[in-house]
Design a protein around this ligand. Structure first.
Ligand code: PMP
Length: 435
């Protein structure tokens, strides 16, 4: 029914003028030339556009729809909460039941010592919150010189001020003028590089080190064995806070609550978003350990002067609670490990394609299919073409400059995984034939 309403409001897609919607990230000069891809309905792993064509959501929208689309129990929880208390701030001593319950639930599962939970509306906001809190923590301890933030190549931490400054891909920084100072990026695959950078900057100047458990948007790179135990040890040795960005890796995508459990370390802060609510409503936050919380909770007159309007939004928290109920009830933590294995073997099948250089998958329900250097440079193949070809064949994947990324909902079946992989193979074939 929704479909009919939406369709009737718009002209058929081939005849439609582009709207005034400014899409995220993309080149509007290109997007504004063609009809927009209007998603009108979604259910499970499937999307329908406004012409009624069906597509497999191979990316969980933007890495977030872990429980799949169309879960009416989340809609019902949202309706109930909105009808009781729509929204209210958690400023000063104000609180609300969903915000308290969600904080308690996340704290109970976080691999963090004596946790406290800060809530926000998304990942980038939470990264900026963690970055400011790291600096402010050292300031509270009389070590205000410890401001430097270290992050990693290919790391993605959202596009707010600190996140843009810490991102491990220069193209996201170009043209924005001076970034936040006292930040630097080290190679993502070397724990020794973290130590070298701390020593170069001087441990007395370094506030924190930021890392994703498995790098997501930057191209799906899992850590080397022992990488995280080593960096946790290094951070501890030099009194540098260890901040984990679990925005993609949390909420069962890696088979556990926050992703980092897989690597057996306990960070000082964990940034989360996306899968916490499966994106049904925007929500994010930071789990902070007792050590970092201590000067703010136990010293008089030392507030962390930071926060956002929609922090602790009760309706967003109610959506998250209903989403977490599904994750637990359907044991998607365990299911996802099986999905991970099947996705891994299906994607490996693409390695034999002549355009494909490397497939990275097998840690978490995510994968990258990287094209060969030769395909991208000499043959002039673009990942955007492969993406368009796959979508024309009914499968949505995500292009980055050198790879196609997949991160389907955790409820995907084996048959659907095989459909995703074989469609991608067919799309690669079609693109190869044009070059
Ligand atoms: N951190 C990571 C690891 C992410 O993948 C993202 C979003 N893709 C962010 C932070 C930023 O989240 P948001 O887009 O909600 O600001």
């Amino acid at each position: 029914m929704t479909e009919t309403v939406v369709s009737s409001a718009l002209a058929p897609k081939d005849h439609r003028e582009p709207s005034r919607l400014w899409h995220t990230f993309c080149d509007m000069n290109t997007v504004a030339k063609g009809p927009e891809f209007v998603v009108s309905r979604a259910e499970g792993v499937w999307l329908w556009d406004d012409s009624g064509d069906r597509f497999l959501d191979g990316t969980s929208s933007l890495w977030y729809c872990n429980v799949g689309h169309g879960r009416t129990e989340i809609a019902d929880a949202v309706h109930r909460q909105m009808s009781t208390l729509d929204a209210y701030t958690v400023y000063n001593d104000f609180a609300n039941v969903p915000a308290i319950e969600l904080s308690e639930r996340l704290a109970a599962h976080a691999p963090v010592v004596d946790p406290r939970v800060i809530l926000t509306s998304g990942g980038g906001e939470s990264i900026d919150t963690a970055a400011k809190l790291a600096r402010r923590y050292w300031y509270a301890l009389g070590r205000g010189d410890k401001t430097h933030l270290i992050s990693r190549t290919a790391g993605y931490h959202g596009l707010n001020g600190f996140g843009t400054s810490m991102i491990g891909m220069n193209r996201f920084r170009t043209g924005f003028g001076e970034m936040v100072r006292d930040t630097s990026v080290v190679p993502h695959d070397s724990a020794a590089a973290v130590e070298e950078e701390i020593l170069r900057v001087g441990p007395e100047n370094v506030a924190a080190f930021f890392a994703e458990p498995v790098i997501g948007a930057g191209g799906v790179y899992a850590p080397e064995r022992d990488y995280f135990t080593e960096v946790a040890r290094i951070c501890h040795q030099y009194d540098v806070l260890f901040v984990v960005d679990s925005v993609i890796c949390g909420f069962a995508r890696l088979g556990n609550w926050f992703g980092i459990e897989r690597f057996g370390v306990s960070p000082d802060m964990i940034v989360f978003a996306k899968g916490v609510s499966s994106g049904y409503l925007p929500l994010g936050g930071v789990v902070v350990n007792g050590r970092v919380a201590d000067p703010f909770w136990n010293q008089e007159g030392n507030p962390f002067v930071h926060g956002t309007t929609y922090a602790g939004h009760p309706t967003c928290c109610a959506a998250a609670m209903a989403n977490l109920d599904i994750l637990e009830r359907e044991d998607l933590f365990t299911v996802s490990l099986e999905v991970e294995r099947h996705l891994d073997s299906a994607l490996r099948g693409l390695e034999s394609h002549p355009l494909v250089g490397e497939v990275r998958s097998g840690v978490g329900v995510m994968g990258a299919v990287e094209l060969t250097e030769e395909a991208l440079t000499e043959r002039g193949v673009t990942t955007a073409e492969v993406f368009a070809e796959a979508r024309a064949r009914g499968v949505v994947v995500r292009p980055i400059p050198d790879a196609l990324l997949v991160s389907p909902p955790l409820i995907i079946t084996w048959e659907q995984i095989d459909h995703l992989a074989s469609t991608l193979y067919g799309a690669l074939d079609a693109v190869a034939a044009r070059h």
